[in-house]
Design a protein around this ligand. Sequence first.
Ligand code: ME8
Length: 513
Amino acid sequence: MSREKFYITTAISYPNGKPHIGHAYELIATDALARFQRHDGKDVFFLTGTDEHGIKMLQTANREGISARELADRNSYEFKKMATLLNASNDDFIRTTEERHYAASQAIWKAMADRGDIYKSSYAGWYSVRDEAYYGEEETEVRPDNIRYGPQGTPVEWVEEESYFFRLSAYQDKLLALYDNQPDFIGPNERRNEVASFVRSGLKDLSISRTTFDWGVPVPGDDKHVMYVWVDALTNYITALGYPDTSAEKWAYWPAVHIIGKDIVRFHAVYWPAFLMSAGIELPKRVFGHGFLFNRGEKMSKSLGNVVDPFTMVEHYGLDQVRYFLLREVPFGQDGSYSHEAIVNRTNADLANDLGNLAQRSLSMIAKNCNGVVPQRGELADADKAILDQATAALATARKAMAEQGIHHALAAIFAVVAEANRYFAAQEPWALKKTDPARMETVLWTTAEVIRRVGIMCQPFIPGSASKLLDLLAVTERDFVHVDAAHALVSGAPLPAPQPVFPRYVEQAAES
Ligand code: ME8
């Protein structure tokens, strides 16, 4: 039987600089969502990559005295390196300067032109290079510094040139019908309301080509024009599935769930579905706009120069510590702040203390008192059954949460089991049972180890490296969500490797010396 397919994407980042922690955040979250569905039995395709055209790239390259292609090559490599560093399980990494992407972008352009949705005219209006976005004058304002800014707070400049246009205005009603008929097309709800009110306020046709530079995909049949960067950028999601060859095996993964930041929801929830409707392609399942990460509350971006390097952060705190912190602490869909204290507190409390200590204490007791094999499971008491049931129930909660990108809810449910398992362990006092009732001690240790097995399996999408080590310590080989249930429980008497700590505690440098 063929497995259900699931396609998930991140935004493709501008490689006009090195990746920052905001990029890392999006990739980690999308990776957790992808891994979750894989462990839940789906056939997953997970895509990330770099968005290499546009004026922003060209201007940065000019400033650095290199070509846009050199800049793209150099920094795209950094984004690839980041994906490896973060243990991202992406199945492909797309670069929009690749041959396959030119073919796909020109094909979708032709499909929209064949539909009669593209015409030549001239554009006169405001453009933000930083956002690579056209804005209506009413969306801009002149501030006291005498500079005109767009709605995202970036400066806009006046552009006037010959341009091809896409008949976006013709899609206003169809888009509004889409938001009504498919209420989960945009998430979270605030994003959906913003987009719907933007569309309701009236859509103008969209300028989709430029003539004043040539760093882009050439417009088919008119080499004087290159495509507006967002036309080719959005197309990346179908390039990777082999478009325009919709008979290709990979095409079966379409439609996608797009995970993006809240600043680019308009492109994904207005322009993209309109392009797809025009080209006769099925629409994405969902567009989810996550929040922004702030360094102690301050906005961070390449242009502002206060970027935190994910490489340094991972080296300092450890990969799964960073992954766990970002996914557990920041409600996915809302803005979040991070600071040294918050990372240390959260990871020491949940990973080192709650999960790490429980595993270390119970597995050491097993090594010492049960000959290093899975303890004998006697008859289960109500307390044992309760904690085991809570572990199994957490999977259902996590599954429901992850289906709507509630990553923090899923982790909260899983770590509530860990907290309860600690209370269970403390209340059962297996160290005291050792003398009074060794058989009961074995059952308590078995129950604890079995809860750790279930939790370990469920933790894999979020902290894959550590979860895998934890499962190794229990000699668990079946690691998918179907194996969480009692039918796949630890078998008494099975040999276990020597226990080792999995979650090191973060110790402040000063306190160490
Ligand atoms: O927007 N916190 O590229 P990009 C959280 N090329 N997320 C952040 C963030 C922060 N501080 N800063 C950026 C682009 N992001 C386009 C996308 S898709 C067809 C083209 C997110 O490098 C941002 O919201 O500016 C976006 O989803 C992604 O990082 C890439 O941003």
